[in-house]
Design a protein around this ligand. Sequence first.
Ligand SMILES: *Cc1c(COP(=O)(O)O)cnc(C)c1O
Length: 455
Amino acid sequence: MAMNPLMDSAAERALRYLSAIDARPVAPDPDAVERLHELDEALPEGPTDPEQVLALLDERCSPATTATAGSRFFGFVIGGSLPVTLAANWLAAAWDQATGLYRITPATAHLEQLTLAWLLDLLGLPPESEGAFVTGASVANLCALAAARHGVYERAGWDVDGDGLVGAPPLTVIIGGEAHPSVVKALGLLGLGRRGVHRVPVDGQGRMRVDLLPEMTGPTIVCAQAGNVNTGAFDAVDEICARAHEAGAWVHVDAAFGLWAMATPGRAHLTRGLADADSWATDAHKWLNVPYDCGIAFVRHRGTLRAAMAITAEYLPTETEYRNPSDFTPELSRRARGVEVWAALKALGRQGVADLVEGTCRHAQAFADGLSEAGYEILNEVVLNQVLVSFGDPETTERVIADIQLDGTCWCGGTIWQGRTAMRISVSSWATTDEDVRMSLDAILRCAARRRPAT
Ligand SMILES: *Cc1c(COP(=O)(O)O)cnc(C)c1O
């Protein structure tokens, strides 16, 4: 089989795509999206030349992508890919290691173990913590909460992973009024119920009101948040941990992007007590800028994550001198997503990660300053990489958001923050420069001025 021309072609097409990405509109070309239907056909009965398959993919799909890999996408919380992580991803894809068992995939299993230790060091988490590479923060929340469920029931003398939930003592789950929906979904998947949780009211930034935490008795899990998806705000995890631990409760922190603030001394005022928690969920595909998909679960108490995740079968090796990644993840077979994280950490070093976090926060502040100077209202305290701006009444703000997406210079989405319609700016990409911020700010102000109600 002629392998090289095909691979060369793929690399060439990928590089052409990336080198042109900042010259095209950030939103996908609407005509190209329409033309995706040209791919619609009955399942082919016979073969197609691989080069032709690749050409079809590139010509039909590349223009219909959103330029999230570029430097001016500020929607949701979506990072790009550091070049070294994309390169590592290509090599690791060539290895095709099903990273479940050490004995079969020693290189990637070893790398993931090393990378987890580096992450604990970088993020200042307890060195005895165990971790797992999963698809994203949604599944990291699920895994960490499965460990939490095991942990609190173990303390209550109930083996939930062995005996299930039927007949188990009641378990109280406490979350903030601004908990991410993925936490609620994880609780549903774990049989703890999406609705049966105690919701604690939040303040104007979305932080749990610690003074309104309920009394905690019996098996209890508290889900705190580090990095609200709208405001970037952090719960007072230090105070939450103090209260919860006094009552023997487990504190889990959804820190999908906020955990990376632990990598820079400049944000220490936000992250106080974060390391006191019992488990954490984070993403690497957001702020660390590795390719999709990659999230990480960390659990402080040795044995609990494994108790919730390990599988045993006659044909699987059971030796204990190696760490089998599949003892810590929902999957047995999976791609070696720790490879790109290792590459990012090796290439950036501790200082580089801090610079990445601080740089994007500085860009967010520049957006907030520019918009505020032009007379628009910033709805959040800009403590991290998230900015919420209102352009006036809800209709005007919605029109400005639609205009900016159509304009194509940059891409920002909308939200409703505590009843107020707002545009969200999230700066999460390594690739964003001062010049990108200037260009984007100009475009936003141009769109906003056009919609400014006549006075
Ligand atoms: C993005 C996000 C999630 C979900 O993460 P995925 O990687 O999309 O699964 C959970 N919590 C918060 C706070 C987030 O920002």
